[in-house]
Design a protein. Structure first.
Length: 167
């Protein structure tokens, strides 16, 4: 199911043909560096794809399979995660697609969805402190830090960002 489209990207439900690229992305230590600190094992990535991504999402919220239209290739997943009355912006892109403005393009699409279609009063995002690329991307769209949490046991600090509809 195609959910959303931008100039270069297509957002759709995850399909079986995405499995190999999904697994490669989530077993890449650089992709996972700021989301848990370590790459998933091959087994974990395969299991998570089968149990949590394949055939999903089917409605507005969730991380949508993201494909680069020019290559007709799965390059990651992006979307909105519901959390009570709030929604969080999230994205993962395979490393070889970094530096092309694709995360910005995807983020803009889901920010517009959150405010223009869903009429949410605010959108949240959480980023590990030190992930300068994601921090910059959020700041570029007007997100501001409203809190932080230090994760017990590993010293990681997660910054909570907010963008209000009126900003």
């Amino acid at each position: 199911m195609i959910f959303l489209e931008t100039k270069r990207l297509l957002f759709r439900t995850h399909e079986q043909k995405d499995a190999e690229d999904f697994v490669q992305m989530h077993t890449d230590v650089e992709v996972r560096r700021y989301v848990g600190g370590k790459a998933w094992s091959l087994e974990k990535a395969q299991q998570r794809f089968r149990n949590e991504y394949l055939g999903r999402p089917t409605e507005t919220y969730g991380l949508w399979a993201t494909t680069l239209k020019s290559e007709e290739k799965y390059i990651g997943c992006c979307g909105l995660r519901a959390a009570g009355p709030d929604a969080y912006l999230g994205y993962f892109l395979a490393r070889r697609y970094w530096g092309r403005g694709l995360a910005s393009e995807a983020s803009k699409a889901f920010i517009d969805l959150a405010f223009d279609h869903l009429k949410l009063p605010r959108l949240l995002a959480d980023v590990e402190q030190g992930h300068m690329v994601s921090e910059h991307l959020l700041q570029k769209f007007g997100f501001t830090v409203i809190g932080q949490e230090e994760l017990a046991g590993n010293g990681r600090v997660i910054l909570l960002y907010q963008l209000s509809r009126n900003e």
